[in-house]
Ligand binder design. Sequence first.
Ligand SMILES: *Cc1c(COP(=O)(O)O)cnc(C)c1O
Length: 389
Amino acid sequence: MELAQDLVQRIRGVIGAEAGFVPLHVPEFHGRERELLIDCIDTGWVSSVGSYVDAFEAEVARLSGCTHGVVVANGTAALQIAMLVAGVAPGDEVLMPALTFVATANATSHLGAVPHFVDSAYDTMGVCPTRLRAHLEQVAEVREGATWNRQTGRRIAAIVPMHVFGCPVDMDGLDAVVADWPMVVVEDAAESLGSTYHGRPCGSLGRIAAISFNGNKIVTTGGGGAIVTNDEALAKRAKHLTTTAKQPHPWAFIHDEVGYNYRMPNLNAALGVAQLEQLGDRLAQKQRLFDAYAAAFDGLSGAQLFTAPEGSVSNNWLVTLILDPDMAAQRDTLLKVLNDAGIMTRPIWTLMHRLPMYQDAPRADLTQAADLEARVLNIPSSAHLGAAL
Ligand SMILES: *Cc1c(COP(=O)(O)O)cnc(C)c1O
């Protein structure tokens, strides 16, 4: 197949002819990881409290343009607690793109709330403000300062913009919709540490945000997540809830509500501190890789490199190709040829409403999301590929 062979050659021109399988995105440890992990072991501070937890919280917050950070066991837990402290209650609906990783919907379900799926935009791959407004005009009403779904009778408490593969959502467009349809904005910034929207870091664009440090993300703690916000009260409540809701006391075990043990161990936080020291270098390497792909795909026909819109800077977490509409039918053949050639290539996620547990969830018309679902591919994006260029 012509496009497939063309892509294999152009991608190999960037990542080299290195034998064996080139993964999509590997964790990389080029800093003080070993030193800080050994320090945890030598001092005995390996578990749920320690100086690396505090240092990591401060640094994640700073890099996200926020005053407060609370690190937790994973990004899914971060999303759940971010929504909880932002006011999402059991029985509420939470708007989110159908085109997201399943964690966004699962975290909502874990709260006893209901995911409500909306359409995506071609320019960002994230929530489409125009389509969102049209959908709300169809199904919702504002009563007593809140937005309600007229069809289900439930309150629409929040919207979760997710910055797909690091590309920021059109937040000006979204804020304009939310100005007319009151609800809290909880960012799913799991993939977008280091991305900026009109100079403002992802993670600081809503009321509160969740970040992931899973092994496949731009920096990793093995497993981990963070809640970041500029709202001190929300941060304090998130810290309290995620650490078993224990009142500070020299010896007594007084827990004042049903809390969660979502703490990030000091070992993982130590890894995170060392990783964040390399974030600047990593972003530069990933930009170099992106630029090399952009040059290599010059004149390509049949697919286009996805580029963040003017005013947005992506962290380039995963490099994305969008097939031309007439190539969509060949997606699976392309996936096979590229993977067989040792170039790990992945489709985007299956839309949430196609998964059995979310098939009956409320949803908007998802035409654009379905179109993107059929045409988006990710290709090898590890930072070290850019370091070699
Ligand atoms: C990775 C990811 C998460 C969840 O993070 P975990 O740390 O794996 O729980 C949530 N949302 C999106 C969009 C993600 O990519």
